[in-house]
Design a protein around this ligand. Structure first.
Ligand code: ADP
Ligand code: MG
Length: 365
């Protein structure tokens, strides 16, 4: 896994295959290839695809230069967001903030807005989503293949995490602990998906779809009148789905233990960290797919719900004012839905591997 995952060719294959699969589902039955103007590129550590509807409400083709221009602007938007939010690119703003500094004056509007959104969602999730885990993410080095860090190093790193260590002060980011590092990896792609969709709608694109890794956004009405059909993949089989979400709009983000991980002594260490223990979250889940009308929210919540697990996640769903729905897949083979997906036609189960629990059977009820 370690060596293969590092090889660019395999990375390309691993990223493209699930993507194509997802798209073939996302098109719906009657939609033809010709109705979309597609652009794909690599950014934010993943393959990104923009699918722009090519016909207007009367079925007339849109001008090619409008589609080209909107796609190009979308691509540029993603590069700008990547530059602002990257913790690994030395040219990135978060990389600069993560140096041993006390203050960053005049961060870009993009960074300020992403940090404000991330902090808000962190507070609302009681810290399950924590954008200040930068040093811990680096210590674990999951994408680089580990190894498992010593326990005392984990505890020492946790001392420097927490929302209280970084403040937004007007147009300045102030660190009260110079060692605190941001990592917006759990929200960046959803944040970018949100911006992209807004841009495409503003550019006059009537309907379409954007996909950034495990984050998908859809908008507008397709000419065939059908909803967008999004497959939720089986954690153990990239080519099969456990069910479908039927969407008229909004964003779906998936967080799973199969996305990025390494193995040591037969145990899997994945990339979603529990901010309390400092270890990969062991909440009894394989994955969470989260829908929300807001892209950053869908992304941050898929991560947060994964950390919370089913019981805390469902309690959070009941009490939160955030608008979202979720599909939980547990490591003992159950599929659990939030209320808005039960009996509403928004979700269709399609799996033998995961047993859809009756709402009465769901833990925490
Ligand atoms: P993806 O890798 O597809 O973006 P997620 O959206 O679930 O998956 O985000 C996981 C990433 O977020 C990790 O790779 C890490 O950079 C960061 N992260 C890990 N744990 C947390 C957490 N508890 N809160 C916020 N961000 C986290
Ligand atoms: Mg996420």
């Amino acid at each position: 896994m370690r060596q293969i995952a590092r090889h660019p060719f395999f990375l390309v294959c691993l990223s493209i295959l699930p993507l194509l699969f997802l798209f073939s589902l996302a098109c719906g039955e009657k939609t033809t290839e010709a109705e979309y103007y597609d652009t794909s590129f690599f950014a934010m550590d993943t393959y990104i695809t923009l699918r722009l509807g090519q016909t207007d409400a009367e079925g007339q083709p849109l001008p090619k230069d409008l589609l080209q221009q909107a796609s190009k602007e979308g691509e540029d938007t993603v590069y700008a967001i990547e530059k602002a939010l990257s913790a690994t690119d030395p040219a990135g703003e978060v990389y600069a903030l993560n140096q041993n500094i006390d203050l960053m004056a005049n961060p870009s509007e993009t960074l300020l807005s992403a940090v404000a959104t991330a902090f808000d969602l962190s507070e609302q999730t009681g810290g399950a989503f924590d954008p200040t885990l930068g040093a811990l993410v680096r210590l674990w080095n999951v994408t680089g293949g580990g190894p498992v860090p010593p326990d005392d190093a984990i505890r020492e790193t946790l001392v420097h995490t927490g929302l209280d260590k970084i403040k937004i002060n007007g147009h300045t980011l102030v660190k009260s602990d110079a060692k605190t590092n941001l990592d917006l990896g759990g929200i960046g792609k959803g944040f970018a998906a949100q911006e992209l969709l807004q841009n495409l709608m503003n550019a006059g694109i009537p309907y379409g779809l954007v996909s950034l890794g495990g984050n998908i956004g859809v908008f507008g009405e397709k000419p065939d009148g059908q909803t967008f059909k999004i497959g939720v993949r089986d954690p153990d089989a990239a080519d099969s789905v456990v069910g479908y979400l039927y969407l008229t709009g909004g964003f779906v983000s998936v967080s799973g233990d199969y996305e990025r991980y390494f193995e040591e002594e037969g145990k899997r260490y994945h990339h979603i960290l529990d901010p309390v223990t400092g270890y990969p979250a062991e909440s009894g889940l394989r994955s969470v797919a989260c829908w929300s009308p807001n892209g950053a929210c869908a992304d941050a919540l898929s991560t947060a719900l994964f950390v919370m697990g089913v019981e805390r996640g469902l309690a959070f769903y009941q009490n939160s004012t955030l608008s979202f729905e979720a599909v939980f897949l547990t490591d003992d083979g159950n599929m659990i839905l939030t209320d808005g997906l039960v009996g509403t036609g928004l979700f269709e189960a399609a799996s033998d591997t995961y047993r859809l629990l009756d709402t009465a059977e769901e833990p925490g009820r």
